[in-house]
Write a protein that binds this ligand. Structure first.
Ligand code: SF4
Length: 263
């Protein structure tokens, strides 16, 4: 079953990998904000260093594209849920953490690639607003390769867009959609580029110029999981970041919990 009825209207279900929190947003302009995460399954990219391979590495062929080479069980990792069931779970988690007064904080829809499930994401945001006494702030995390449904662009959510570079291992045809990035540039947006070395700035400069991305919306994030890796890379790339008028973001969750799932 892939949808359910609400007052005669069909609401798409969501393919969910995990729902976790309350925790803090670890990256970008909302770093440190109280957040509950809805991680959706499936992705149209195959980034070699992906830190959530459980959302898409379900075959041997895909495992060959990821540095760990491990195949995850789709049955164990993908859970079909209605938007209301997702909201119930968020409430349950928040209540268990000592917040009895209803929904609070940011809701971060992450993945995988949430824009593979545009109708379900719309349903989740609409249901949430119906069930909440205040306007729940949403953030949507995407690689920016799939044009969001126009209705979703009217919601005023925070878009965290992370365009993939050559070092992700995806072909340019798969990882780069200038029209999507240019459209998202007019939203409330942070363009987050994962950088391994200073040389990566050549590719980012091209994207920023071609898509006319505003400098104050650009965030550079060092790649790495261990604190040592992150600090070393961050110090290397900081001068090139500042000289372009861009921002640097760390990975607070990696600093606190390493690569442990569920934070
Ligand atoms: S786009 Fe994100 S979720 Fe998808 S493979 Fe790349 S890093 Fe992983």
């Amino acid at each position: 079953m892939h949808s359910n009825q609400r007052g005669g209207e069909t609401v798409a279900n969501l393919q969910v990998n995990e729902i976790f929190g309350p925790t803090i947003q670890g990256e970008g302009p909302s770093t440190g904000r109280h957040a509950t995460f809805v991680r959706l399954s499936n992705c149209n990219q195959t980034c070699t260093w992906c830190d959530t391979p459980q959302t898409w590495v379900y075959t041997e062929a895909k495992a060959k594209r990821h540095v760990d080479g491990k195949v995850y069980s789709k049955d164990a990792e993908v859970h079909e849920m209605t938007p209301n069931a997702v909201i119930d779970r968020i409430k349950e988690l928040q209540q268990a953490a000592g917040m009895p007064h209803g929904l609070t904080g940011h809701i971060v829809i992450s993945g995988g690639e949430p824009m593979l499930q545009g109708p379900g994401v719309i349903g989740l945001i609409e249901q949430m607003q119906l069930r909440s006494t205040y306007l729940v702030p949403f953030e949507i995390e995407t690689a920016g390769t799939i044009m969001p449904p126009s209705r979703l662009l009217d919601f005023g959510v925070q878009w965290n867009v992370s365009p993939k570079l050559q070092h992700s291992g995806n072909s340019k045809r798969v990882r780069y959609r200038p029209n999507v990035l240019s459209t998202l540039a007019y939203q409330r947006v942070a363009f987050k580029f994962v950088v391994q070395r200073v040389d990566d700035f050549v590719e980012i400069d091209e994207i920023v110029s071609e898509c006319a991305l505003p400098p104050n919306a650009i965030w550079i994030m060092p790649e790495g999981i261990t604190t040592d890796q992150l600090v070393t890379t961050a110090l290397d790339i900081l001068p090139a970041t500042l000289s372009r008028g861009w921002n640097l973001t760390y990975r607070l969750h990696n600093l606190l919990w390493g690569n442990e799932r569920g934070h």
